[in-house]
Design a binder for this molecule. Sequence first.
Ligand code: MN
Ligand code: MN
Length: 298
Amino acid sequence: MNDQTQILERATAAFLGLALGDALGATTEFMTPGEIRSKHKVHRKIIGGGWLGLKAGQVTDDTEMSLALARALVQRQGWSLPQIADNFVAWMRGKPIDIGSTVRKGLRMYMTSGCLEVPLNEWDAGNGAVMRMAPVALVTLGDSELLQQCALQQARLTHHHVLSDAACITVGKMVQTAICGCDRFELHALTRELTSQYPNFRFNKYQGQASGYVVDTLQTVFHYIFSSASFEECLIGVVNQGGDADTTGAIAGMIAGAFYGLDALPRSWLKRLDGQVRKEIEEITPRLLSLSPLARNL
Ligand code: MN
Ligand code: MN
């Protein structure tokens, strides 16, 4: 398999991994590990349900917003923040099954003011901007400076907080590094880059907090990425931690998908994943890569 094929496969696995984590984790969202144990023993199948009453394989806002962002890039054949904002608004107007309060507030502000950046806000340290990072990592592949700019721009449409900003950049870098083929030491080095600047994110003494607070979210994701040996094991660990399980699942899924590759995604999960979503991800991923600096430099 040549490099280009490997990159395409890992990129596809990152985007599909996000959707799989979302669909798997939505079942246990807002549950405690104890509640999950008594109901499922170990939650390891895509069965839907959860507080949203989903069909098996149905995805939520994490995947839907990522696709809305990805479509904007294809529509404009490159980065366009206004198009991304318009697609988010169109998505919100379509009455999504779920939407975060910070996301709603940010998009409302855009609708009334046309402003593409919400003001700095100490309450915006949720994980709602990080969950949309997969397409940003793909379209900026090959240029880490561009990744950082685009990560912050898309984040601040709805979230403006130093910890959200830092988390978006780190997750984007981890996805890109994994897509280009790296070992787990290189992946771990990126977490140390983050924790040296923001010690809040340290996860060596993981306490089991898996809320939507971006620090809890990334600690959960990092803990399971570095204490598991496969995509499946990582994702099962993450979603059985409960809390914001669909979003921790989505973020772990994009990193672990890129790291372990397409063949590591469980066939039974892929079969259950919403067919339309799977098809769109498989079609849009090569298009995003073709817009990236990496493709232009080939
Ligand atoms: Mn969600
Ligand atoms: Mn969530």
